[in-house]
Design a protein around this ligand. Structure first.
Ligand SMILES: Nc1ncnc2c1ncn2[C@@H]1O[C@H](COP(=O)(O)OP(=O)(O)OP(=O)(O)O)[C@@H](O)[C@H]1O
Ligand SMILES: O=C(O)c1ccc[n+]([C@@H]2O[C@H](COP(=O)([O-])O)[C@@H](O)[C@H]2O)c1
Length: 204
């Protein structure tokens, strides 16, 4: 098939990734397989405005943990667009920036867990956002996956292997001196220790 006729299919996995864990990675991998994606770009948030009441680690640490966690998968990449933009992080800006980078032949699939999908109509310019990407809602233990509140044909719902992991629980485990081995990739365990993240005296 001539390359020029091929439309590129790119997944976008946005998150605060404080820290990135195997729930994020399994969701991205499963969506990549189901939608035959050429690439999944992980986009750590710069300033997650809906988490303003929670202490968030420096963007550079979250970005580096995301790079470490995704390095071994040839289809996974990491973008700095949200980390490098000033002001609150809005997905409408993420999509516009990535469209500029990838060009008009790329179809975007924005991946969200069931919890994020529940709140998606509260995101900035949600109507416009749905025009720039197809949304993929994935199952997450403890949350109901539903698209009843969303415009028709804007979202696909898929079941992914259940990973009862959250970044909040990982941070609490580190703060309490408990291990996070096998909840997050090995390199991320080591990065957290090296930088002293999530100890009670740092961000928690
Ligand atoms: N275990 C999981 N299974 C499926 N999706 C997940 C899982 N954990 C997070 N996600 C999804 O990944 C995206 C980014 O999540 P985020 O970085 O906020 O992680 P989190 O674990 O929800 O963090 P926190 O506990 O700090 O709120 C969101 O769309 C979220 O719904
Ligand atoms: O666009 C918005 O207003 C908006 C509001 C909340 C969350 N998001 C995006 O949703 C993704 C998951 O965010 P979070 O806060 O659950 O880590 C991430 O890419 C955020 O930028 C986007």
């Amino acid at each position: 098939m001539p390359r020029m006729n091929v439309v590129r299919r790119v997944g976008i996995m946005g998150g605060t990734f404080d820290p990135i864990h195997h729930g994020h990675l399994v969701a991205a991998s499963e969506v990549a397989d189901r939608f035959a994606l050429d690439e999944v770009v992980f986009v750590p948030t710069g300033h997650p405005w809906q988490k303003a009441d929670v202490p968030v680690s420096p963007a550079e640490d979250r970005y580096l943990m995301t790079v470490i966690a995704t390095a071994s998968n040839p289809r996974f990449t990491v973008s700095r667009v949200d980390v490098d933009r000033t002001g609150p992080t809005y997905t409408i800006d993420t999509l516009r920036d990535l469209k500029k980078t990838y060009g008009p032949d790329t179809g975007f699939y924005f991946i969200t867990g069931a919890d994020a999908l529940e709140r998606i109509l509260s995101w900035k310019d949600a109507d416009e956002m749905f025009k720039l990407a197809h949304f993929v809602g994935v199952t997450r233990p403890g949350f109901e996956l539903s698209d009843e509140h969303l415009p028709a044909d804007t979202v696909s719902l898929i079941e992914v292997p259940a990973m009862a992991i959250s970044s909040t629980a990982c941070r609490a485990r580190v703060a309490g001196g408990k291990p996070v081995w096998y909840l997050v990739p090995d390199g991320v365990v080591q990065y957290i220790a090296k930088r002293g993240l999530y100890r009670l005296s740092s961000s928690e």
